[in-house]
Ligand binder design. Sequence first.
Ligand SMILES: Cc1ncc(COP(=O)(O)O)c(C=O)c1O
Length: 354
Amino acid sequence: MNPFWSRIARELSPYVPGEQLRIANLVKLNTNESPFGPSPLALEAMRNAATDTLRLYPDPEATELREVLAAYYGVKPEQVFVGNGSDEVLAHAFVALLKQPKPLLFPDVTYSFYPVWAQLFGLACETVPLDGAMRIRVEDYRREVGSIVIANPNAPTGIALPRADIARLLEDHPEIPVVIDEAYVDFGGESAAPLIADHPNLLVVQTMSKSRALAGLRVGYALGNVRLIEALRRVKDSFNSYPLGRLAQAGATASVRNEAYFRESCARVVAGRQAMTRELIRLGFIVLPSSANFVFARHPAQGGSEFAAALREHGVLVRHFNKPRTAPYLRITVGTEHDTQRLIAATALILGHE
Ligand SMILES: Cc1ncc(COP(=O)(O)O)c(C=O)c1O
């Protein structure tokens, strides 16, 4: 604390990101990054963009990127908003759409940034408990609220809702903004993007950090009705007109154009998730059904916190969320085959298996 801090700075409880350690030989399965690199075409586009033109500001509208995304999703470029990671896009959505006179509703177990933005921007919020199987039940959201945000697949459970459930949620709430955060949708979820045409209150948010292996570039985007996108642009242009630099725009555009690489790396992650799940179950873990690039698993013999600490001793980093419902679990990112072998070997040692 310092006398120069504003009241806002004093009262914040900031989000705590996963550790980014600079220790060699560590198996890093704690921040849901891709174990495979970005598209080689994206890397080449960024190298080509690293020229003298960097002295010039980038296109504030990211026109080309928005055009390729619009073509990809079958919408108009005016229905696409891009930002510095989906965290920034979501933060703008909190201000532009979700802040309403009535409270914002989200699950009790979900992306832990939602309550942080709610606090920063002064939104009242209410939470809906996941059911006993850690699932979201859309019928539990039938109440009078100002707005809704749902991560689908949810984080950190990895469990996905079918598109039909999102459609039911939207039918129950035609009068309020609904944001669906699809950070992990490319690993087996069903995107709500096709529902945009019939639902002017739906904003779908996605990221290039996970399935496109560009977490280091910071590119996220939103798709929705032109009027919703306009609200996001109003907030963005009141905050930072140039959220995406020239390199980010070039790399992200090339990534969207390289569909074959994208499909292949998603398929590899899904195969890796299936292999990791099988091995964890063999070691006695209870693994929630994941449609993401991570699994959420608990072991009846050991608590999550001790397990995460023990894995760390073996050079394997996983994420643990020390809240009542999530405390027994570990969130483990799908890595390479070699990463999974190290995780499983360390786990077997910790559990005393031969
Ligand atoms: C559910 C969810 N939404 C959004 C994000 C933000 O991703 P980024 O800002 O890298 O696009 C994350 C990151 O972990 C996430 O788990």
